[in-house]
Design a protein around this ligand. Structure first.
Ligand SMILES: [Zn+2]
Ligand SMILES: [Zn+2]
Ligand SMILES: [Zn+2]
Ligand SMILES: [Zn+2]
Length: 176
């Protein structure tokens, strides 16, 4: 037959702050008496930093529900949710934002959409550019063709002016 006595007490710092818990265990089995002492510091479940007083607890994370302390709590800059350190994300946009899990997803989605729109605008611009290039090339080809034709017409007129017999002959026939 053995008796076990467990005594728990809190350890306070010099200014009365709780800096840990102490557990005293005395086991009496009839022959020997064991005494065990273990200490544990109360730590925040979110950031694992030691928490010394009740006032340091800042409620539960609006996102994951874990208890937060004054060292790891933060407020989402987009929706004002109070979140723990694990639910805080940095979003790098035009400026850096500290946001919660919900808002980081939304922001990434919005950024992806904006990128998509920009890409399609760019694609459209390039298409228009290619079309304009094609039109300009076609216009140049047509101009060259017209110049060639004009040159041939000019040559034809010149030949007729030098040798009026051919056209004159026809004119003469028509005059009769
Ligand atoms: Zn959280
Ligand atoms: Zn914490
Ligand atoms: Zn948020
Ligand atoms: Zn979260």
């Amino acid at each position: 037959m053995s008796n076990r006595i467990i005594k728990q007490s809190v350890i306070r710092g010099p200014n009365g702050k709780i800096i840990g818990r102490q557990t005293n265990q005395v086991i009496d089995n009839g022959h020997t008496i064991y005494s065990e002492t273990s200490q544990s510091v109360v730590r925040c479940s979110s950031c694992h930093r030691p928490v010394y007083e009740v006032g340091q607890w800042k409620g539960r994370c609006d996102c994951c529900g874990h208890a937060m302390c004054d060292q790891c709590i933060s407020v989402c800059q987009a929706c004002k949710r109070r979140v723990c350190g694990r639910c805080r994300h940095s979003f790098v946009g035009q400026r850096v934002l500290q946001v919660c899990c919900h808002c980081i997803r939304k922001l990434y989605k919005r950024q992806a959409m904006a990128d998509e729109i920009m890409l399609s605008k760019e694609r459209f611009r390039r298409q228009q550019q290619l079309k304009q290039h094609a039109l300009r090339r076609q216009a140049l080809r047509l101009q060259a063709k017209r110049q060639g034709l004009n040159a041939r017409i000019a040559l034809f007129r010149l030949v007729n002016a030098i040798n009026p017999l051919r056209s004159g002959g026809r004119n003469g026939q028509r005059r009769r």
